[in-house]
Design a protein around this ligand. Structure first.
Ligand SMILES: [Zn+2]
Length: 414
């Protein structure tokens, strides 16, 4: 098997049965670069700090208070340093693209920086210096809770409206694009932090700027949030969103933990991605996503590091697999030998997390001018197009298996 990629690091061809010539030969199995579709980079600095119980009822909301204490302290230098270190760690573990759900917009007193894109530019700098592909998602965060609850003092650094978000996108675009390593999208934070008018305005503004840009949103992350949404709006979070805007293949629903099966089935054939963050969700005791029917229906899904308790895609995938084994009380839930290989998010979520690239260590170790690897792996990956920034350039062939569930991979390579 030979693999070729272009000067931008985008895979362009897989040649089955190729005979190794003078090209470098991979020492072992070859995996595609993994996309991390949900990151709050600064939260890496508090990984491990919430691993003890202060009160028997500690949960996501008490963890959030701990996170706010960190928010109150970090400045742009801190954020850039944390993000750069995190992205390097991600690359070392096999991620090659990240979608940064960026809501830390303002100074510690809640006032905008002289350059309103200060923090966003620090994230871009961190990604550029580390070598990871970035989809930057400036976040719309207007309310402290349902019913137009005002932002708490800790949330003032997140304050934004659609005009602010689009102004960030326009400014960053003007200064940075085109760049094959950078893509822009928008992220209404959650049904807690936006109202109907703001959500529709945000989507209209995003569509005017670029009708193809990705849209990420926390959806049904917490059971308490779902209950409060029903109480406030008379609808579940997804139903409320879909009454206002079209949810299609540009959308990535982050967590989706408490999506009902009716809601999940309503997303058939929409191309909407489930952006699962299994380690963070387990770490915070959020619950487990009903993954099996989603997977069996071949709907797109992706993994995210979220709070970055883990920076390994293999730990995320293992946590996802085990969550389903626990949920269904089975040692394994894949039905047949023929379908032992996972096919995660071919074309959808990775496209939202930026272009796919080989891990930089592989690119660095290749000979100058030699862009072909020979290997004998069962895991292959192809790109349909050579233009690195096109949506299709990030897509893998539906016919191409990708083995990336840790258990599957270990079984194959042992
Ligand atoms: Zn998140």
């Amino acid at each position: 098997m030979a693999i070729e990629w272009d000067s931008a690091g985008t895979l362009t061809r897989v040649i089955p049965g190729a005979v190794a010539g003078g090209e470098p030969v991979a020492a072992g199995p070859v995996l595609p670069g993994m996309a991390n579709v949900h990151s709050h980079a600064f939260q890496r600095a508090m990984a491990g700090l919430a691993e003890f119980r202060g009160h028997p009822t500690d949960d996501f909301w008490t963890w959030r208070e701990e996170m706010y204490r960190l928010v109150a302290r970090v400045d742009p230098d801190d954020v850039e340093a944390i993000a750069r270190y995190l992205y390097i760690e991600m690359l070392r573990h096999g991620y090659t693209a990240v979608a940064e759900f960026h809501y830390l917009h303002h100074d510690r007193d809640g006032r905008p920086y002289d350059d309103r894109a200060e923090m966003a530019n620090r994230i871009i700098a961190a990604a550029g210096n580390s070598g990871i592909a970035l989809t930057l998602l400036p976040v719309l965060y207007a309310h402290g809770g349902f019913g137009h609850r005002p932002l708490s003092p800790a949330q003032k650094r997140f304050a934004s409206d659609p005009a602010f978000v689009i102004s960030l996108v326009e400014e960053i675009s003007a200064f940075n694009l085109p760049d094959p390593m950078l893509r822009l999208g928008v992220a209404p934070h959650s049904v807690r932090a936006v109202d109907a008018l703001l959500l529709t305005e945000m989507l209209e503004a995003a569509n005017r700027f670029d009708a193809t840009m990705p849209v990420h949103m926390h959806v049904s992350e917490q059971s308490g949030e779902v209950a409060e949404c029903i109480e406030t709006h008379g609808a579940t979070p997804l139903d409320w969103i879909r009454d206002l805007v079209a949810v299609d293949d540009r959308w990535c629903l982050i967590h989706a933990t408490h999506l009902t099966q009716i809601e999940a089935r309503s997303l058939d054939r929409t191309g909407t991605v489930a952006g699962l963050c299994p380690v963070t969700e387990a770490n915070l005791g959020d619950g487990t996503f009903e993954f099996v029917p989603w997977f069996e229906a071949r709907k797109p899904w992706a993994i995210g590091g979220d709070s970055h308790v883990s920076v390994s895609p293999f730990e995320e995938l293992r946590a996802l697999e085990y969550s389903q084994r626990l949920r269904h009380r089975r040692a394994t839930w894949r039905p047949t030998k023929r379908r032992r290989t996972w096919r995660p998010t071919c074309g959808s979520a990775p496209a939202r997390a930026g272009p796919r690239r080989f891990p930089s260590r592989w690119a660095r170790s290749s000979r100058a001018g030699a862009r072909t690897w020979s290997c004998s792996t069962a895991a292959t990956w192809t790109s349909r197009a050579s233009r690195p920034r096109s949506r299709s350039a990030s897509r893998c062939s539906p016919a191409t298996p990708i083995a990336c569930a840790t258990s599957t991979w270990e079984a194959r390579s042992s």
